[in-house]
Design a protein around this ligand. Structure first.
Ligand code: CP
Ligand code: NVA
Length: 341
C-alpha cells in the first residue's frame, strides 16, 4: 500500500484495504499515546492548518497529532491570513507548499480543497467541506470497530439531515467497510442521487445495503449504531432554523428511538451537539422556537450507550494516522531522531 505524498480529500478515494490499514495504524497510535511511547517521527517537518469555518475537535486533533509526531504546526484562519479575501486559494496553496510539508483545509465548497490539492506539491487533508467530512468518518469507524470488534455486517442508521457532509462520508465509509447504511430523514433532506449511485455498487460488492427512508419505524430492530448530527450545519443561514426544526423534529434521537434499535446499539454524534441549553445558539433557538433539545435529547446524549467522547478522542488518533501515512516515505529509513526522514 502506498500512501506517501497522497491527499486525503474524500473517503471514496481510498480502497477498502487502505481504509482498514488507516484504522489499524490509528489503533497503534492510540496505544502509543495511552502507554506514553514517544512517536516523534517527523521533527523536521511542519504543517499548516487552514480553517475558513470554526472548529474545536478537528483543529485540536491536527495540532496535537502534529506535536505528538514532533512537527511544527501553524494555524491560519481568514482573520489571521490573506486566504480567500486578498489571495486566492490556489496562490495560497502554492505558497504554503513551499514552506510546509502538509496542509489541512476546512471550508465551504469541495472544489476549494480539490483545487488546493491540485496546486499544492504536498499532501492536502480535508478537515470538512460542505460536501464531506472524511476524517470524521475515519474516527467514527475506529470507535465502532473498538466497540464491536468488527465492522462487516453491522448496521449504521444516520438520522436527521441525511444529505449533510457527515452523512455523506459515513455512507461512503459504510459502503467500503461492508456496513449496512440507513439514511433516515425527511424527503427534503435526502442524500443526493450522485452519492447514492457512487456508494451503492461499493456496498453491494462488500455485501452491504444502503437504505434511504423517511420512516422512523423502519429502524425497528435493525440498527447497531444510531448516529445524528446538528440540524443546521456550519455556513448554512441562521434563518433556516425554523424550517429545519419543523422538518427534523420527528427525527430527534430520544429514548424511544434508541429503544427501537438493537438492545446492544450505541449512540454516536460527531459533535458539537445541541442537547441542552448550555450554548448561546441553543438558547436563541429556545427563545424563538421553544425547544430545549434538538437533534438528541440530553438523556440519550449522557446515557451509557453514548460513545460521543470516545469518538471525539479518536479524531486525534485517526488524523495522526492520516498525517503519518501520507508523509512517511517508506523508501527512506526513518527513525525517531528524524535522521533520514
Ligand atoms: N466533529 C467536528 O469536526 O468538530 P469540530 O467542528 O469542533 O472540528
Ligand atoms: N454537519 C456539521 C458537522 C460539524 C462537525 C457541520 O458541517 O457543521
Amino acid at each position: 500500500m502506498d500512501f506517501y505524498g497522497r491527499d486525503f480529500l474524500r473517503i471514496l478515494d481510498f480502497s477498502e484495504e487502505e481504509l482498514r490499514y488507516m484504522l489499524e495504524v490509528s489503533r497503534q497510535f492510540k496505544e502509543f499515546k495511552h502507554t506514553g511511547k514517544s512517536h516523534k517521527y517527523f521533527p523536521n517537518k511542519n504543517i499548516a492548518i487552514l480553517f475558513e469555518k470554526t472548529s474545536t475537535r478537528t483543529r485540536c486533533s491536527f495540532e496535537v497529532a502534529g506535536y505528538d509526531l514532533g512537527m511544527g504546526v501553524t494555524f491560519l484562519d481568514p482573520t489571521g491570513s490573506q486566504m480567500g479575501h486578498k489571495e486566492s486559494i490556489a496562490d495560497t496553496a502554492r505558497v504554503l507548499s513551499r514552506l510546509y510539508d502538509g496542509i489541512e483545509y476546512r471550508g465551504f465548497d469541495q472544489r476549494i480543497v480539490d483545487d488546493l490539492a491540485k496546486y499544492s506539491d504536498v499532501p492536502v487533508w480535508n478537515g470538512l467541506t460542505d460536501e464531506c467530512h472524511p476524517t470524521q468518518a475515519l474516527g467514527d469507524f475506529m470507535t465502532i470497530l473498538e466497540h464491536f470488534g468488527r465492522l462487516k455486517g453491522l448496521t449504521l442508521a444516520f438520522v436527521g439531515d441525511t444529505r449533510n457532509n457527515v452523512a455523506n462520508s459515513l455512507m461512503a465509509m459504510s459502503a467500503k467497510m461492508g456496513v449496512n447504511f440507513i439514511a433516515c430523514g425527511p424527503n427534503h433532506l435526502r442524500p443526493s442521487d450522485d452519492i447514492i449511485s457512487k456508494c451503492q455498487p461499493i456496498a453491494a460488492k462488500n455485501g452491504a445495503t444502503i437504505t434511504v427512508t423517511s420512516d422512523v419505524a423502519s429502524l425497528n430492530g435493525r440498527a447497531d449504531i444510531i448516529y445524528t448530527d446538528v440540524w443546521l450545519s456550519l455556513g448554512e443561514p441562521q434563518e433556516k432554523w425554523g424550517e429545519r426544526i419543523e422538518l427534523l423534529k420527528p427525527y430527534q434521537v430520544d429514548a424511544k428511538m434508541m429503544s427501537m434499535a438493537k438492545e446492544s446499539a450505541i449512540f454516536l454524534h460527531c459533535l458539537p451537539s445541541f442537547h441542552d441549553l448550555n450554548t448561546s445558539i441553543a438558547r436563541d433557538v429556545h427563545e424563538k422556537f421553544g425547544i430545549s433539545e434538538m437533534e438528541v435529547t440530553d438523556e440519550v446524549f449522557n446515557s451509557e450507550r453514548s460513545l460521543v467522547f470516545e469518538q471525539a478522542e479518536n479524531r486525534m488518533h485517526t488524523i495522526k494516522a492520516v498525517i503519518f501515512l501520507t508523509l512517511w516515505n517508506p523508501a527512506i529509513k526513518n527513525d525517531e531522531s528524524g535522521k533520514g526522514i
